[in-house]
Design a binder for this molecule. Structure first.
Ligand code: ADP
Length: 480
């Protein structure tokens, strides 16, 4: 089977969040058995130099151009082929993206991503793939172009985060009615705007999201972010497939970013060395026998850090030391800076995005806290399992699909769970974490058990092939 993924992020070239890791790990697994390719924008600040093959592909059929601005831009853009293992990458080399230092938070995103999506649609026809697989709103219009075209291919659209839908004022999107798109925009209309994600949800041959738990949540509000009715009408074609991870990439026995490698045999001594080293690096004189809680993430409402702060402000008796890495909401950053400065024996905050330090936190921490209010899948709880770091998570989306806490079956629990948005529930969860940490034997057993969990794509990638095959069958059936 030939598959083309269209995405705004792909690790290690462009990473802003879980989408990037998911794309690179799932395509690595798919490329072992299928012809797998990925289209992504070429920006100024790629985190790795691509291995270009020298092959170049067009972004529009030059024969049919009359001369709109969109067509002109697409005709001066091209795809540059590169290789990443067995995966073929197609970098969209275009004046729209070439000079951008970062992929998001640029003006005119509606225009840039619409043209990128059209180029991906065109590329999938050139490459004659069997399935076009688009991810999130940035490439959602690629699905819509296929549905509007007589040559349209079977499409799969994956929602990684429904909170970002690419909804834009209609007057800004007039170009979509002209050359080369000639779109009927009716199905994009939603709540007084044009909504790119809603368009893909309405017409994709199959729709997926990144965990079964989140799939069920978004069929209702508020988790459906205004689209629960649209998703419900696609219920038969809408599945949740839990993300997997790249077990070679996230492996404490080979990770070159951490202070000391370890495995299930020597994790007790070596995790302690990681802990001592991180205290040295952050220049805090903390007793290494105290439990560390790691936290990494975007400081947005979604991640529920307000719940953490509410608990933190009140619970001075807890023995935990928090190491927090992230950036985003300024008010939250300021409060974290405040605690990091005035409570040096309780919390350390590093503002920024730092892949290496993130892995050091995973390796050094005893627990990892994710208080999300919603979480489509979440990856850090699975990375934490791999690194023998017990996750403490809220009962939402993919977190509740991947972490088990059963008071009647402690020996099979894989973390600690509390109620989303409830700081009192988090207080009790932290009390349980403290009790668990003090019960050294039980704590070590849990660490060993979670390190042995299998979160690889090997056992899960088949679910995507089932979706692809059923999309191909459905498209053929509706075309006949
Ligand atoms: P989301 O995609 O919603 O941001 P996920 O848990 O799915 O959340 O994935 C986030 C990924 O980004 C993880 O690999 C996480 O470690 C990483 N990450 C988030 N913030 C930072 C940061 N400040 N520095 C380094 N890595 C980060």
């Amino acid at each position: 089977m030939k598959i083309l993924h269209a995405t705004a992020e792909f690790y290690p070239y462009i990473k802003m969040g879980g989408l990037s890791d998911m794309l690179s790990s799932v395509t690595k697994e798919q490329s072992k058995t299928h012809e797998t390719s990925v289209a992504l924008p070429l920006i100024a600040n790629l985190k790795k130099e691509p291995k270009f093959t020298g092959r170049v592909f067009s972004c529009i059929d030059l024969k049919s151009i009359i001369g709109s601005d969109s067509s002109k831009i697409l005709s001066t853009s091209r795809f540059l082929e590169a290789e990443e293992g067995n995966v073929k990458l197609y970098f969209f080399d275009s004046p729209l993206f070439r000079d951008l230092p970062k992929i998001y938070e640029n003006s005119d995103e509606h225009f840039r991503f619409a043209l990128f999506s059209y180029a991906c649609f065109h590329l999938s026809l050139l490459l004659k793939v069997d399935v076009f697989h688009a991810h999130d709103w940035h490439t959602a219009l690629g699905v819509y172009f296929h549905d509007s075209s007589v040559d349209g291919l079977p499409t799969v659209f994956t929602i990684h985060n429904l909170a970002y839908q690419g909804d834009h004022p209609e007057w800004l999107c007039g170009f979509l009615k002209g050359e080369p798109f000639y779109l009927n925009i009716d199905l994009l209309k939603h709540a007084g705007k044009l909504n790119f994600l809603k368009g893909a949800v309405s017409v994709a041959t199959k729709v997926t999201t990144v965990s079964p738990g989140y799939r069920n949540e978004v069929l209702g509000e508020p988790q459906g972010c205004g689209l629960s009715v649209n998703l419900s009408t696609r219920r038969e074609d809408f599945v949740g497939i839990l993300n997997g991870l790249d077990e070679e990439e996230w492996n404490p026995s080979t990770d070159t970013n951490i202070y000391k490698n370890y495995n299930v045999k020597n994790y007790i001594e070596n995790k302690l060395e990681n802990k001592i080293s991180i205290f040295k690096e952050i220049k805090r004189d903390i007793n290494p026998n105290r439990p560390i809680i790691g936290m990494i993430g975007r400081l947005t409402w979604q991640k529920g850090y307000e719940t953490f702060l509410a608990s933190y402000r009140n619970k001075w008796y807890h023995p935990f030391f928090y190491i927090f890495l992230g950036s985003g909401d300024e008010k939250m950053e300021n409060e974290l800076f405040h605690h990091s400065h005035y409570a040096q024996d309780r919390l350390f905050f590093l503002k920024g995005y730092d892949e290496e330090f993130a892995r050091k936190i995973e390796a050094a921490s005893d627990f990892f806290l994710m208080p999300s209010l919603f979480e489509p899948c979440g990856l850090n709880q699975m990375y934490s399992h791999r690194y023998g770091t017990v996750p403490i998570v809220s009962r939402v989306g993919g977190l509740k699909d991947t972490v088990v806490e059963d008071p009647f079956d402690i020996e099979n629990s894989t973390g600690i769970i509390f109620e989303p948005g409830e700081s009192h529930s988090l207080d009790f969860a932290l009390d349980r974490a403290n009790t668990l940490f003090k019960d050294t034997e039980r704590f070590k057993n849990m660490q060993k058990r979670i390190m042995n969990l299998d979160w690889s794509w090997k056992s899960r990638v088949g679910e995507y092939y089932r979706v692809y095959n059923s999309a191909i069958r459905k498209k053929k059936f509706t075309a006949e």
